[in-house]
Design a protein around this ligand. Structure first.
Ligand SMILES: NC(=O)c1ccc[n+]([C@@H]2O[C@H](COP(=O)([O-])OP(=O)(O)OC[C@H]3O[C@@H](n4cnc5c(N)ncnc54)[C@H](OP(=O)(O)O)[C@@H]3O)[C@@H](O)[C@H]2O)c1
Length: 232
């Protein structure tokens, strides 16, 4: 898709990756609305975008739909949705608190699905794009991250079916980056992360996101041999 002039909603724009993606899309010529949970950080990003911020909790699926409606109204339509909301949670599978597990699935799988469903009603008949952050964990089950990984795997699976069902209507980008430098692990709902490698510069994910949207790619994944993100 041509990002210049595209109307884009970025959810999770209060986060490190979402904020950088929103600003990069604006820089590329898109009209961008920022949606996030933290009103102050969402507002700061929105100021740079020149649009009104939208504040919502992704656990509330009705609020997800209302946020998409409000963005489409503000932008006069919607060409693309970027979902960068997410939260981590750590601990052995047998010991994870049930409420934490529910919230991980709500934030990392069910909320993003609700956002995409609502956005799909506004995308043009052809040429629209949905880009969603899942994670490398979707392909790489990891001890101490059973629920976070399972929620991301559920999301990634769902995105694959979404892509197949809508291949003539819009493109679906599933971004599955490795551990990043954003500090997400320090904001986990529960537990401490296992020893992690140095985080990849999130700017590389933002560059790959924009490339994938422009090229109509299906995924952004970590190529372990090349030690780089692959857009394909
Ligand atoms: N960092 C990594 O290592 C890594 C690796 C692979 C994939 N990812 C994925 O990349 C995406 C961006 O994460 P990040 O690294 O930029 O972390 P981040 O800075 O913590 O951003 C997370 C975003 O999710 C939002 N969020 C969390 N719970 C929410 C809720 N209940 N309702 C609404 N928004 C909620 C946060 O909103 P508030 O700040 O307003 O609360 C924030 O905007 C996530 O999907 C994450 O899973 C990250």
């Amino acid at each position: 898709m041509d990002l210049d002039g595209a109307r884009v909603l970025v959810c999770g724009a209060s986060g490190v990756l979402g904020a950088a993606a929103a600003r990069a899309l604006k820089e590329a010529g898109a009209s961008v609305v920022a949606a996030g949970r933290d009103a102050d950080r969402t507002g700061e990003v929105a100021k740079d975008l020149g649009t009104e911020p939208l504040v919502f909790d992704v656990v509330d699926t009705r609020a997800c739909a209302e946020t998409v409606e409000a963005a489409a109204e503000a932008l006069g339509g919607l060409d693309a949705l970027v979902v960068a909301t997410g939260v981590a949670g750590f601990g052995p599978a047998t010991e994870q608190d049930a409420a934490v597990a529910e919230e991980l699935f709500a934030v990392d799988a069910l909320g993003p699905m609700a956002l995409v469903r609502a956005a799909s009603r506004h995308l043009p008949d052809q040429g629209g794009c949905v880009a969603v952050l899942s994670a490398i964990l979707a392909d790489l089950p990891t001890n101490g991250m059973a629920e976070y990984g399972a929620a991301k795997a559920a999301l990634s699976h769902w995105l694959t079916v979404l892509r197949r069902e809508n291949r003539r209507r819009f493109t679906v980008v599933d971004l599955r980056p490795p551990h990043l430098d954003t500090g997400l692990a320090d904001r986990a709902l529960a537990g401490d992360p296992p020893k992690l490698p140095a985080g990849l510069d999130h700017g590389q994910v933002v560059d790959a996101l924009l490339q994938a949207m422009r090229d109509g790619a299906s995924e952004v994944v970590w190529d372990a041999e090349a030690k780089a993100l692959a857009v394909r």
